[in-house]
Structures are given as C-alpha cells and as structure tokens.
Design a protein around this ligand. Structure first.
Ligand code: ADP
Ligand code: MG
Length: 713
C-alpha cells in the first residue's frame, strides 16, 4: 500500500531517469512531494468558445482536432508543431508549439482536446502559442481550472509534477494534523487533507485562499510556539548587570564628529537601561539603512567594556564583519579598548595602550592593528585582553571561549527571518561566555524597517527600539523610473558618473519560473551584453549566487578597492557592504521586486559624500506596476515604504520565510495581521496548559520538521 513514507523511487510510474532530479530537490517520499507547493497558478478557469471576442484573454476552449502538422526548421534547429482545432462556432483555431513534436502522438486528427492559453490573432487566423493542453476525456488538470505552477528544474516540468501528484493525493488522508481540532474549529481552518488538495488543485479562488490561509496560520503558529518557548527559557536566566556610567557615555557622545539624532539618543538610553537589569536584555533595534545603528551598538559595547565585560558582534558576512571592525577601531580611537576581528580569512587585533585611566579615555593615541593566528587570538579572547570581538556568526558557535561575555550584538542586515532569529537567540544562551550562572544580553539590529503594527503583533513580547529618523546631513537619493525607451540616456548618465570617478551597481532580478534561463545564465549574459555592447571600455565585475562565499567576498572587496567601475550582481547576492564611492544603482526589471527590497537596494548608494541615484529600469507598462514604483520616487522613508509593501504584499516577506523555502505564497496572500495575532494567542493558550507540549506530540513533530527546514547555514 502507498503510504506517506513510501519512497518515490518505488512508484513504478516515476521512471528511473527522474530519481536523481527528485533527489536534488530533496523530494524523496510521497509526503515530500505532497509538501512541494506550487509557487503560482495559471488561471485557465474561464472556458469559452472560439471567437474573436476573447482576443488577448486567457481562456480554455474545447474542440476536435481537424488538422495536424509538424515541421523541422534545420536552420534554426527547431521543430514547429501545429494543430487546427474547431468547436461548435466553426471558427478554426490554430495552436503552435516549439520543439514538442511528441504532442501529435496524443492529439491526432479527430481527437477531442482542451487548450488553455492567450488568444491572439495572426493574420486572419485565431491562434494560441504554446498553450497548455490535454485530451478532453481527462479530468481537468492542465487546462480548464486554476493550474498549479511549480518551481521547475531542468527535466522536471510542472505538467509532470501535476500528473504524478494527482493520484498521490489520496495518501494525504493518512496525514495527521498538527493543528489541533479545536483551533481549526475556532478559526474555521481547513483540515490538512482538504488544504493539501486545494493548494495543489484548487476548485476555486476562494478555496485556494482558504488553503493558503491554513498553511500561513500553521507557519505562524509554529513560529510563535517556538518563540514563546525560547522566551520562557530565556527569562529563567539571570544576566550580568552593567552599571550605566553617565559621565563616560556623555563624554563619548560629546566627542563624536556629529550630533546624535533624537532617535539614536532614545534607543541608546533604552539599551543602557536594559543592561543595568539582572535579567538578560532581548531587544530589537529596528532602523532603516543609514539610520546610524552602528554608533548605538558602539555605545552599548563601550558601557560593557567600562564595567570590564566583553562584547561579541556578529555580522552576516566576512566583508561586513571587517567593515564593522574598521568602524569600531575608528569610533574608539581614543579609548583603551582592544578590538579583534575573527573570521575565516581575518585574525586581527587592534590594540590600545592600557592607560590606567578609569574612564577608558586616552588622548592622542593611534591604534595599532596586528595580524595574528587563530590560537593566539582565541587566547586573548579567553584571558580577557580583548573587550570587543567582531566576526561572523561562527564566533558564538565554535571553539571561542570568552572570559566574561556580557553582551551579544547581531547585525543581521535583514538576513534572518523571525524563525531563524528565535533559534539564534537559543544559540546565544549556549555561548561559552565564561559565566556559570548568567547568559549574555542580546541586541539584534535589523535593517528592514518593520511597520509598527506588524512589529507589535509579531514581537508583542520583545523589546523594540526604533530609529525612525535619519541623520540630518543626508542627501536624498534621486530615484527615477526608466522605461525602455530612455534606457540609452540612462546608460549615458552612468557613463558620465563613472567618468567623474564614481562607481555603479547593476542589480538583476532572480529568474524564477523560466526553464530557459537560470540565475547564472541570466547574470552572465547581461554581464556580457553590458561589457560588449554598452560599456566596452569600462571594467565590469560579476557577482552571483553560484560563486563560493570566498569568491563573492573577493569580488566585493575588489569593487570596494576601485577595481571595477560597475558591479553586475543578481538579487540573491547580499550587497550589504559600504561602497562610499558608488553613486548609481540600476535595478533591472524593478517591477518584479517588492518595495522593501527595492528600498534595501537603494540604500547601497548614498553612503558617501556624492549625490546618488537609483534608476528603476522597467519593461512593464501596467498601471499597477508603475504606480508601485512611483512610491519609490515619492518617498525615501523606509517605514512608509514598508507600510505600503505590507498593504500590497502581506506580511510574509518580513519574516524571511521566502528565503527559507517555506511556502511563502501562503503568506503573500494574507495582508491582514489578525492571523498573526490569532496564532500568537493560540500558541500562548497551549503553552499555559502544556508548557512542555507533552500532550501535543504532533506539534512537537511539526516543530522538529520546521527546525530542520529553517536551520541556520
Ligand atoms: P546603519 O544603520 O545602516 O548601520 P551606520 O551605522 O552604518 O548605519 O551609519 C551610516 C553612516 O552615518 C555612518 O557613516 C555613520 O558614521 C553616520 N552617522 C551615524 N549617526 C549619525 C548622525 N547622528 N549624524 C550624522 N552622521 C551619522
Ligand atoms: Mg549597519
């Protein structure tokens, strides 16, 4: 009998040539395939007769094949397959496919068939190009309904997945539901079986939405359960109390080359107050790119150092870690604080003289940076010589043993979603901080402005500091939508900027649903096109997700050092690094990005003294797309943009679920944060009566799976 655990390899209908591809997608059992969700749907539900009145609409027609033809075009290495089909209207419709001659084995003359696609006019003939099709005596799977489209990889088509999945749906009846019955009743949620059937083969938009709502709820419910569990554990621990030394901090702030914004002042004060408490801080510092989070982090670590305690600062990449190291050395130029940088590539110590001065302040002292070895660096961390250690997130995981670590700062640059953040928090409890009883205070800095309403719903129990004010000296980044017809002017403009000594980014969207182009190909071919046709005399670098992380860092570093004029990068690549000399960022197919993401990219420029520009290239003419992009031209306020994004796309993107491969589609459709509040309330109720979840083994199982899926790299 077929069960959820049956290996896909044992299913005779799945031919051996597919085993490897399935394996690569980590689809091994029936259950895996059932949990492989579509990422979008083609709406072929409108049935119509063949008629010019449906011109340019996507419809499904049914008729009899009256003519067939297949021709090879050797010159273009291509086969064109053509059929003519007629229904009661007696108007012939021509359908054309490229390189799919096998279609004629199924669609012979006299066969009744359904075709779904866009109706076009070629000369005087109605035509569909590359329509989805199936024989009319089949159940509607590829035509005539909402047709699921799956993430495709070479050799595995959506059609194939649909065909395999349908007979397996029965097995979903064996699935046990992780959401307890009474919760489903209360919130009117589909049971797991119904939800799975409707997510794969929705009978209507309404049912699809309900299925998506169920899965969205499930994600949120699990996230909330985990977050609350970790929080409960967290609050049981004491923390080192760090006295607020007002004089020291005032002196430090007074000597900064700029005046702190009110928001920075308030956030710093909130943090310093937290550090005084005997319970560990767990605070999120939420501020736009460029809002000045680093200096707030520095103030907190200065306070820790003055009490003789250590601080660890984690950045998502080596380049960013190094950037922080440089900033901190500069910020603490006149302080007797030793700072180290510990990553795979760097082992640096920046030393300051012991001044014997209680205030840590020393005058006219220049720092000395030395290269050292890993064991030596670990030793200085262990014996307390180093007060501030900066690195990637490995510094709290591996063999690093601190003497008295009191504060951990995570600069996540929106890399982690909420679920990952919860696990990271758990990890910070287990750091070898050198203290028997206490755990370190935790400050997380995120560069995605999260709308306040959402933050409160989501992190109801987390302390929140918000930097909603930009330093005064900022020049506004000029943002312009560039339609195809003025592209050349934009290229000329970029050239002028480069001639004036500046540099530029070109960001390409991730290609998701095209079989023909992988991310790599798209990036490489655009890089080639720009190098050959547009900027043959300039130096262009290329950054894409297929590079090893070391190679990525090298490319970034070379760009930073001025070795390239233009950096072409795919959107999967983190470009969180400061390139003060970059003054232009071009975003290709900007309409394919969310507003928050566009805003993140825009923050890559305008980091130096130069007037900077963000050019949003688009080939779209739809009003909706242009209106969305218009918001980018209109405002540079990250919180305003994220609020708009929340209204347009729902909360999913803020949680990083997209990156973790969870069914973000479910989140995207839900723009109301009620769902999050419900999930939180239900999670809380369960944990009050059953804190260890002993009475909920199915939830424990689901949480385990959830953890595997979102594991930190
Ligand atoms: P982010 O919030 O993106 O991490 P940073 O902390 O890197 O921002 O700050 C960006 C730049 O702004 C830095 O060069 C920093 O020195 C500067 N800066 C920070 N605060 C202020 C301020 N209050 N006034 C002027 N410049 C500031
Ligand atoms: Mg920063």
């Amino acid at each position: 009998m077929l069960t959820l655990k049956t290996p896909l390899k044992n299913i005779p209908k799945i031919l051996p040539k597919y085993h490897k591809i399935l394996d690569k997608l980590e689809l091994r059992t029936v259950e895996d395939l059932l949990s492989y969700f579509p990422f979008r749907y083609d709406d072929f539900s409108q049935t119509a007769e063949i008629s010019p009145k449906y011109l340019n609409q996507t419809v499904t027609i049914e008729g009899t094949v009256t003519k067939t033809k297949s021709a090879r075009i050797p010159r273009r290495k291509m086969t064109i397959t053509e059929i003519t089909i007629e229904d009661d209207s007696e108007i012939p419709l021509k359908a054309v496919w490229f390189n799919q001659p096998f279609i004629l084995e199924s669609l012979r003359e006299g066969t009744r068939a359904r075709l779904s696609g866009k109706l076009a006019l070629r000369g005087k003939t109605l035509q569909m190009s590359n329509p989805s099709w199936e024989k009319a005596d089949r159940e509607t799977t590829n035509t005539g309904c909402l047709v699921p489209v799956y993430g495709e990889t070479a050799g595995l088509t959506s059609k194939w997945i649909r065909w395999q999945l349908k007979p397996l749906l029965e097995t979903a009846k064996q699935m046990e539901d992780a959401i307890p019955y009474d919760i489903r009743q209360r919130l009117n949620l589909y049971d797991i079986y119904t939800a799975l059937v409707q997510i794969h083969f929705p009978e209507s938009r309404e049912k699809l939405l309900r299925a998506q709502k169920r899965f969205a709820f499930q994600e949120m419910f699990l996230v909330q359960l985990r977050t609350l569990q970790i929080k409960a554990r967290w609050e049981k621990n004491p923390a080192l109390q760090i006295r607020f030394d007002e004089k020291l901090i005032q002196g430090f702030v007074k000597n900064l080359p700029f005046k702190l914004t009110d928001a920075q002042r308030k956030a710093s004060f909130e943090i310093l107050k937290d550090l005084e408490k005997p319970t560990p801080m767990n605070r999120l510092l939420n501020g736009d790119v460029g809002s000045g989070k680093t200096i707030v982090a520095a103030i907190a670590s200065l306070q820790a150092a003055s009490s003789g305690f250590q601080t660890a600062i984690m950045a998502p990449t080596e380049v960013l870690a190094r950037q922080h190291f440089e900033s901190f050395c500069k910020i603490f130029e006149n302080y007797a604080i030793n700072i180290s940088l510990l990553t795979n590539s760097y082992k640096l110590i920046s030393t300051a003289q012991e001044s014997g001065n209680k205030n840590l302040e020393i005058e006219n002292y220049s720092r000395n940076v030395i290269n050292t070895s890993r064991p030596e660096l670990l030793e200085t961390i262990n014996n307390g010589t180093i007060q501030i250690t900066i690195g990637t997130h490995a510094i709290i995981q591996k063999d690093v043993q601190f003497k008295n670590l009191a504060l951990i700062i995570i600069d996540e640059q929106h890399r982690f979603g909420v679920a990952q953040r919860a696990y990271l928090q758990q990890e910070t409890m287990d750091v070898r901080d050198g203290q028997k009883k206490t755990i370190p205070h935790l400050l997380t800095m995120t560069a995605t402005p999260i709308p306040r309403t959402l933050a409160i719903a989501m992190f109801g129990s987390l302390e929140l500091s918000i930097l909603d004010e930009m330093p005064k000296n900022r020049k506004e980044i000029v943002t312009k939508i560039i339609p195809a017809k003025i592209r050349q002017e934009a290229y000329d403009f970029i050239r002028q900027q480069i001639q004036a000594g500046r540099q530029a980014f070109v960001i390409l969207p991730l290609v998701e649903d095209s079989k023909a182009l992988t991310e790599l190909k798209a990036a490489t071919s655009e890089h080639q096109r720009l190098s050959a046709e547009i900027f043959p005399d300039l130096r262009l670098g290329l950054l894409h997700g297929k590079l090893k992380s070391k190679e990525k860092e090298e490319v970034m570093q070379k760009f930073k050092d001025g070795g390239f004029d233009i950096l072409v990068a795919t959107s999967v690549v983190e470009v969180g690094i400061d390139i003060p000399n970059a003054s232009v960022i071009v975003i290709e197919d900007a309409d394919r990005f969310g507003l928050s993401q566009l805003h993140q990219f825009r923050g890559r420029v305008g980091r130096g003294e130069h007037q900077s520009y963000c050019l949003l290239f688009t080939n779209s003419n739809t009003e909706k797309a242009l209106e969305r992009l218009q918001a980018m031209e209109d405002t540079s306020d990250g919180f305003e943009i994220s609020q708009k994004d929340l209204e347009l796309r729902g909360p999913g993107q803020f949680f990083g679920l997209v990156q973790s491969g969870l069914p973000d589609i479910a989140m995207e459709h839900l723009s109301n944060i009620k769902l999050i509040k419900f999930a939180r309330a239900e999670a809380q109720t369960i944990l009050t009566t059953d804190p260890g979840l002993q009475k909920h083994p199915l939830i424990v199982q689901a949480l385990q799976k959830f953890q595997e899926k979102i594991h930190l790299e």
